[in-house]
Design a protein around this ligand. Structure first.
Ligand code: GRG
Length: 294
C-alpha cells in the first residue's frame, strides 16, 4: 500500500527538524541571536524542499545518508532566511508567517536581518564542515550558491520587487517564478541526487523535474493567495493583488494558471518515467502540489 503523501512528508519533516535542532544546539553563538534562530527554524514550515533532498537521495541510493541530511538542513536554512528577509518592512512587510508572528515582529528588525544573515552563512558552514567528502561538499556548495544567489532566488526576488505596480507579461512571470522559487526546488533535487551518487543524466533529469514542480508550486502559491484565507495559509492572504504583484492569476487568469500548473505536473511525471516505481514518492509530490491547501 502506498503511504499517504502527508504522512511521508511528516516523517521526513521530523528528521529534518531533529537535524536542525541538533545543529543549532551545538553552535556557540550569541544567545539573543540563538533565540531568534531557534524561533524561526522552529516555526512549522512544510519542509518540502528539504524533504525533496532526502527523497532524491533515496531514489538514487535506496536510503538517506548523512550528506543528504546535512544538505536538507542547509537548504531549509537558506529557505528560512529568505522568508525572514522577505517578511521585513523593506520587502513584503508581513506580520504573519507559518501561523505565527514574523521574526521581526517576534523580535525586532535588526535581529531579523541578522538572523537571516546567520541562517544563510550557517547553511554554507554546515555543508563545508559536515559533508564527509570534500568533492561532494564543493558540488553541494556550488549548487546552493548558484540557485539561491544572484542568478537564482535573489535575482528573482529583485525582479519580483521591481515588477510590483507594473504590467506583467508571461515572460517576466516565468523569469521571476523560475528564479525566485523553482531554482530552490531544482537545487533540492540536484543536491539529493548528488548525495545519492547519481550520474550526470540522472542529475539532469532531476534538475528538470525540480524546475517543473518548483514553477508549479509557485503557481499554486499565487492561486492560494487569491483563493484561501490567512488562517488557512498561516500568512496574510490577498497580498499579491493589493501590491499589484506580477502573478499568474493576475496576468493569465485563474483558469489558465490552473491549466499551466497541471501541464507542469504532467511534464514532471514524464521526466520520472525512466526511474520506474522507485520514483513513486516524487510522483506523489508532483500531484500533491496541485492539491495543496497551504
Ligand atoms: C529575500 C533573498 C530573498 C528572497 C525571497 C522565498 C522568497 C524570496 C520570498 C518569500 C515569498 C514567496 C511567496 C516566495 C516564493 C516561494 C514560496 C512560495 C515560499 C514559501 O514556501 P513554503 O510554502 O513555506 O514552502 P514554508 O513556510 O512551508 O516553509
Amino acid at each position: 500500500m502506498t503511504m499517504d503523501f502527508n504522512a511521508l512528508l511528516h516523517e521526513k519533516a521530523e528528521l529534518i527538524n531533529h537535524t536542525l535542532e541538533q545543529f543549532l544546539a551545538s553552535q556557540q553563538i550569541n544567545s539573543d541571536l540563538k533565540e531568534a534562530l531557534r524561533y524561526t527554524l522552529g516555526t512549522p514550515g512544510k519542509r518540502v524542499r528539504s524533504a525533496l533532498v532526502l527523497w532524491c537521495c533515496e531514489l538514487l541510493s535506496g536510503q538517506i545518508n548523512h550528506n543528504a541530511e546535512i544538505a536538507a538542513a542547509a537548504i531549509e536554512m537558506v529557505h528560512t532566511y529568505s522568508l525572514v528577509h522577505d517578511d521585513l518592512p523593506a520587502m513584503d512587510d508581513d506580520d504573519l508567517r507559518r501561523g505565527l508572528p514574523t521574526c521581526h515582529k517576534a523580535f525586532d528588525e535588526a535581529t531579523a536581518i541578522l538572523a537571516g544573515d546567520a541562517l544563510l552563512t550557517l547553511a554554507f558552514e554546515i555543508l563545508a564542515k559536515e559533508v564527509d567528502e570534500p568533492a561532494i561538499a564543493v558540488k553541494l556548495i556550488t549548487q546552493l550558491a548558484q540557485d539561491a544567489g544572484a542568478a537564482g532566488m535573489i535575482g528573482g526576488q529583485m525582479a519580483d520587487l521591481r515588477a510590483q505596480n507594473g504590467k506583467g507579461n508571461i515572460e517576466l512571470l516565468e523569469y521571476i517564478h523560475t528564479n525566485k522559487t523553482a531554482k530552490m526546488f531544482r537545487c533540492a533535487a540536484v543536491m539529493g541526487a548528488i548525495c545519492g551518487g547519481a550520474h550526470k543524466e540522472q542529475i539532469d533529469s532531476l534538475s528538470e523535474y525540480g524546475l517543473k514542480i518548483g514553477l508549479g508550486f509557485q503557481i499554486a502559491d499565487d492561486i492560494l493567495d487569491v483563493s484561501a484565507s490567512s488562517e488557512q495559509l498561516g500568512k496574510t492572504a490577498g497580498k499579491d493583488a493589493k501590491t499589484a504583484k506580477c502573478t499568474y492569476p493576475a496576468v493569465v487568469g485563474i483558469e489558465k494558471a490552473r491549466e499551466l500548473e497541471k501541464k507542469l505536473a504532467d511534464e514532471a511525471l514524464a521526466i520520472l518515467e525512466p526511474f520506474g516505481k522507485k520514483a513513486d514518492t516524487l510522483r506523489q509530490l508532483a500531484v500533491a502540489l496541485l492539491q495543496r491547501t497551504k
